[in-house]
Write a protein that binds this ligand. Structure first.
Ligand code: ZN
Length: 178
């Protein structure tokens, strides 16, 4: 098995069943969202890219234990919903969705396709970010800087001004909270 396959085999969806305050209708939304995230992260081109990134950074693939996709959003922190989390000593990474309220607002403003592109890229950027934490530990500045570099490299050439790709890049890295 190649390194890339081994990494994608560690990605799975986890539901915290004891979370209160989520309505039934939202459960189906979040369940679809998590399947979408699983596909976005498992995409072959992205997995190949991550494999190269781990090699460049000398991050041993075996330090990654689990990559869990949480069905429900993370609790708010400083008014923001975090996209991911990394337990460095255990090698456990978590990826969280955006709340339904945000997604409805975003869809109405930018359309469904842009929402999908945004959600997929947000999850990919989050995974890049959390994997880098395995090496750079609590150096948040370094991790953020490298996340931008690697995400841009993955997305290919610089996005054109006013394109959807540019909008997503801005939302992910420049807007702060949205
Ligand atoms: Zn971080």
């Amino acid at each position: 098995m190649t390194q890339n396959q081994m990494l994608s085999n560690k990605i799975k969806i986890v539901t915290e069943c004891d979370r209160l305050g989520f309505l039934e209708s939202n459960a189906s939304f979040y369940s679809k969202y998590s399947s979408f995230t699983l596909k976005a992260l498992g995409k072959k081109s992205f997995q190949n890219f991550l494999g190269r990134m781990l090699t460049i950074e000398h991050i041993d693939e075996t330090t990654v234990n689990t990559i869990d996709i949480n069905v429900y959003p993370a609790p708010r922190k400083n008014g923001n919903n975090i996209a991911g989390k990394c337990n460095i000593s255990k090698g456990k990474i978590r990826i969280y969705p955006k709340p339904i309220k945000f997604c409805i607002f975003f869809k109405n403003k930018f359309g469904k396709n842009t929402l999908f592109a945004y959600a997929g890229n947000r999850a990919r950027a989050a995974l890049i970010h959390e994997l880098l934490h395995l090496k750079y530990a609590n150096d948040e500045t370094k991790v953020r800087e490298l996340t931008k570099t690697y995400f841009s490299a993955y997305s290919g050439r610089r996005p054109q001004q006013n394109s959807n790709a540019m909008l997503i890049y801005k939302l992910l890295f420049l807007a702060g909270k949205f």
